[in-house]
Write a new protein. Structure first.
Length: 275
């Protein structure tokens, strides 16, 4: 069974108000053995968004100070890991500086685990409804996967890629896109990840809300077919009641796809647990 949540947020993330200790206490109550914080660090986050805030950065020194103390406090009750979710960018005017900052951050702090994610395309957050107006949804989806491929090939500061088909979360309800058109591009992404010793995450956030997990079962099946084995599981919880959301459903889907193990990280090193 899945007893480790490796994608969660706290008040260190701009879009969460949850105190870290409340998240840990809920994880213990749920019977998790391992719990990893992966708070957002998105440098150069665009100002034109409709979330009500303009940056996703925090003080990593304070982060480690706080979480290290909590790890000591709850030792014996749960194995707390300290991770981060980095926003990876490909725009020419920010990608070099973003890469430099990401590399420096992971070199300066002993993260157990690093997720690399694409949250911004062409300086826009796709969560923003305005981004989709007067644009081709197919072009946006293509740009997203091209950005992911660029990041996979140019960044080495992460262990797994987060919610690989994230862009599909925000497709307008009135729009349909033929995802099969992007299968060659997705194959390139998966092949590069595997060749570089990196993995992907199963993000259950949408599954817990009655939708589908990210990435889709079809992408997960292809990842396995291509030889992918590194697979972390994360709820993407931003509040305690979302921790380990839909883990039982995700486990059933993964077993049906032929996966027998999932991955956890400690000090940047992967190990495997039976589903």
């Amino acid at each position: 069974m899945i007893n480790a949540d490796f994608h969660t947020h706290s008040s260190f993330s701009t879009d969460s108000e949850a105190e870290p200790e409340s998240m840990i206490q809920q994880a213990i109550a749920l019977g998790l053995k391992t719990y990893c914080f992966t708070d957002h660090m998105d440098y150069f986050f665009p100002e034109h968004n409709d979330k009500g805030f303009t940056e996703f950065v925090f003080d990593p020194g304070l982060y480690f100070e706080k979480l290290t103390a909590l790890r000591k406090k709850y030792r014996g009750q749960i194995d707390l890991r300290i991770g981060i979710e980095l926003g990876l960018r490909d725009e020419p005017d920010v990608c070099d500086d973003n890469k430099r900052l990401c590399d420096a951050l992971v070199a300066s702090y002993p993260f157990d685990f690093v997720i690399g994610s694409t949250h911004v395309i062409d300086h826009f957050d796709p969560y923003n409804r305005e981004y989709w107006k007067d644009r081709s949804a197919e072009d946006i989806v293509r740009m997203y996967f091209e950005s992911v491929l660029y990041s996979v090939c140019h960044y080495d500061c992460f262990h797994v890629y987060g919610h690989l088909d994230y862009i599909l979360r925000y497709l307008p309800e009135s729009v349909t896109v033929d995802i099969t058109k992007f299968e060659p591009l997705i194959d390139q992404i998966l092949t590069e990840l595997i060749a570089r010793g990196k993995g992907i995450e199963v993000n259950t956030s949408r599954l817990a809300r009655g939708s589908v997990m990210n990435p889709s079962p079809k992408i997960l099946a292809r990842y396995r077919e291509l030889g992918g084995t590194i697979l972390t599981i994360g709820s993407d919880a931003h509040r305690p009641d979302r921790i380990a959301g839909a883990f039982a459903e995700a486990e059933a889907i993964l077993k049906e796809l032929g996966f027998k193990e999932y991955t956890v990280f400690r000090k940047g090193k992967p190990s495997f647990r039976k589903l």
